[in-house]
Design a protein around this ligand. Sequence first.
Ligand code: THU
Length: 144
Amino acid sequence: MSDDALIAAARDAASHAYAPYSKFYVGAALRFSDGSIVTGSNVENASYGLTLCAETVAVGKALSEPWRGALEAVAVFGGPVSDDGTVPGTDPPVTPCGRCRQMLNELAQLGGSDPAVLCIGSGDSIETSLSALLPHAFGPASLA
Ligand code: THU
């Protein structure tokens, strides 16, 4: 499975965001070692603070389904939605918030991986790793 397919999945997920309050649509796509992809988009709430980010929704979906292997790569895409319903993206790109980095780390540590994180914008993308975004992470291994 190519990064192009992963990025396309994140873009498509952004179009399914439920973000009527911020109108900031985000999509995340997770690729696992079995080749499968799990997506998520942000889910807001009339009680604003209950909002779930796209990455957190994707992690929740993946952890509530049968094991797919190590988390290999994550793509994130998002930005303000246009009047015509499209999401052009932002420059610089959206990067996972702090809570989402921690949520992704849970899944990564379970499979013993350090996934690539691809942050896709309207201009240049950022290609990094989860360990770079969340160094010295606390996770399941820390409780052993
Ligand atoms: N958001 C995400 O979905 N992921 C992030 O990493 C950053 C922020 C969402 C939350 C909220 O619905 C909207 O973007 C504006 O903050």
